[in-house]
Design a protein around this ligand. Structure first.
Ligand SMILES: Nc1ncnc2c1ncn2[C@@H]1O[C@H](COP(=O)(O)OP(=O)(O)OP(=O)(O)O)[C@@H](O)[C@H]1O
Ligand SMILES: [Mg+2]
Length: 197
C-alpha cells in the first residue's frame, strides 16, 4: 500500500451512493471485483470538481492492492514532471519501464491543465507501454469531447488527428466498462457531499 503513493486512503464503503445517485453502485460493485485488472482494461471517471472521482479511483486502487496487485497513484502533473525530468537526465526509457511495473496505474486530474504536444506525446509513449499489460484508472473534469484540447490538440480531432485521438481510441475499444463510466459518474452532482466519510 505504501508503494502505491495514495494521497489519502479512501474506500468504497466510505462512498455514499445515496448522496451521489449519478454513480451506478452496480457498476462500481462490478469494478471492485477487479475483472478489469485481469483483462488489462481501463476505467475513466469523468465529472465536475468535488464529486468523488479521486475518491473512487483510490478506492478501486485500494481494492487492487488488497488483492495483491501492484498499484501506483499519481496526478497527471506529477507524472509529467517525472517523465520530463527523466528525459532530461537521459533515463526516460528506464522510467517508462518502472511505470509499467504496476498492474494498476492511476492517473488523477487529467484536463486540469492542458498538455503541450510534447507532453502529450510523452504520455502516449507511456500508454503504449501499458497497453494490454496494465490497467489505467483515469480521472478528468473534462468530457471526452474536450480531451483533444487537453492533449495538446486543436480541439478538432477529425481535421487534425494527432496524438489527441489516441487515449479515446485506446479506452473505447479496450475498456468495456468505459461507456458506462463515461456517462454515469457524478455528472449531475453540484453540491459537495455532506457525509459518508
Ligand atoms: N458520494 C460521496 N460519498 C462520500 N464522500 C464523498 C462522496 N463524494 C465525494 N466525497 C468526498 O468529498 C471529497 C472530494 O471528493 P474527490 O476529491 O474525490 O472529488 P473529485 O471529483 O476528485 O474532485 P476534483 O475534480 O476537484 O479532483 C473527498 O474527501 C471525498 O472523499
Ligand atoms: Mg480529484
Amino acid at each position: 500500500m505504501n508503494q502505491a503513493r495514495f494521497p489519502t486512503i479512501k474506500t468504497l464503503e466510505q462512498f455514499d451512493f445515496e448522496f451521489q445517485p449519478s454513480v451506478d453502485r452496480h457498476v462500481l460493485r462490478n469494478l471492485s471485483g477487479l475483472a478489469f485488472v485481469e483483462r488489462g482494461e481501463n476505467v475513466i471517471f469523468l465529472g465536475p470538481p468535488g464529486v468523488g472521482k479521486t475518491h473512487l479511483s483510490i478506492a478501486l486502487g485500494v481494492r487492487a492492492c488488497e488483492a495483491g496487485h501492484r498499484v501506483e497513484f499519481q496526478t497527471l502533473d506529477q507524472l509529467m514532471t517525472r517523465l520530463k525530468k527523466a528525459r532530461e537526465e537521459n533515463r526516460l526509457d528506464r522510467t517508462l519501464k518502472q511505470l509499467s511495473y504496476p498492474k494498476v496505474l492511476i492517473v488523477d486530474e487529467i484536463g486540469y491543465l492542458p498538455l503541450s504536444r510534447d507532453e502529450a506525446s510523452l504520455f502516449f509513449r507511456l500508454i503504449n507501454r501499458l497497453y494490454e499489460k496494465a490497467s489505467m484508472i483515469l480521472t478528468s473534469n473534462k468530457s471526452f469531447a474536450d480531451w483533444g484540447e487537453v492533449f495538446g490538440g486543436t480541439g478538432d480531432r477529425h481535421r487534425h488527428p494527432g496524438p489527441a485521438a489516441a487515449p479515446c481510441n485506446h479506452g473505447q475499444h479496450q475498456g468495456r466498462e468505459l461507456p458506462a463510466q463515461g456517462k454515469t459518474p457524478c455528472r449531475h452532482a453540484q453540491e459537495p457531499p455532506t457525509g459518508g466519510q
